[in-house]
Design a protein around this ligand. Sequence first.
Ligand code: F6P
Length: 373
Amino acid sequence: MTQHIGVLTSGGDCPGLNAAIRGLGKAAREQYGMSVKGFLNGFRGLAQDQAVDLDSAMLSGILTDGGTILGTSRDKPHRMIIGGKETDMTDAIIATYHRHHLDALVCIGGGGTQKNALRLAEAGLNVVTLPKTIDNDIWLTDRTFGFDTALQIATEAIDRLHSTATSHERIIIVEVMGHRAGWLALESGIAGGADVILLPEIPYEVSKIAEAIRRRTHSGKRFSIVVVAEGAMSYDDAGEVEALVKARDQAETKKSRSEAKDELRKFHDEHVGHTIRLTRNLEKLTGQETRLTILGHLQRGGTPSAADRVFATWLGTECAEVLHQRTYGVMLALQGNQLQLVPLNEAAGTIRQVPLDHPLITSGRRVGTTFGD
Ligand code: F6P
């Protein structure tokens, strides 16, 4: 009996998605004789039955392309905006799944996708997931694809910014992505020889950063590079978030919980500009010209690195074998140098942050990098 599988990409795009789709599609079709359908724009395509046949023509020539041939979105199955209204589309998704006689659905995505895929698994669908995100922050896997490419892009940007930093004797602040986890800031900062690295996991004190920069100046180094994760926070801001989270978690009524959630959302919306404030403050405190570069979506664009192509292909082809074995409700994870199957309900819902005793933090400190604490 031919196995019918569906695949979608969800959440932010990242380099390597097409390599994963290709690896999965080719192995599923050519090794196991499966039929493979792609659903467009994440869970929305599944809810609205927008499907394409992933035939050999569709799967050819995409290995080196950035983005995703299937399109993506941040839509959630249970809270999708349809006609301007938030709607639970779980039943529509289940109907599409059965209409296409699917035996299983592969969801390729980040932390949010793992949670949404789990919801569908709990609703009775056979689901397997692959971990992607430039943030490298999915629980139970040592790596996610997309990270290596983003790391290269961020590192190259830091290298190039050194020119202006040294020529003008400036402080250059580079904001990289990473709201809740600082892997990209940590590794690009170390690779780029940053003097200061600020992570969401370690609250910072601007005065301590200024002090470290002044020490560099006194030792004759007239420029500094500061790499900041977009989610890094000062001690004051981190304290405020902690209080807001506590208020949300301890709210006794639906109304007060919703108000606390709104407050928290407002805080995070306003926090977006924090690197602009940091730039002004550092300039004021050090008296040195300071400039900010926000790398933004550049980090997610373009052709995947060789390492991401290899890893995404491996995940995709191994996924076909897992589907062939009819093993469901799992995420494929890299642990050490092996791919393992981890239960989706264990992988979903936890963010893999940088542990404070991580060897790379120690290594950074040993080469004189300041973490702002
Ligand atoms: O999840 C990946 C990521 O690139 C994060 O690093 C970043 O905070 C977020 O997506 C940006 O999301 P969007 O592209 O939806 O603005």
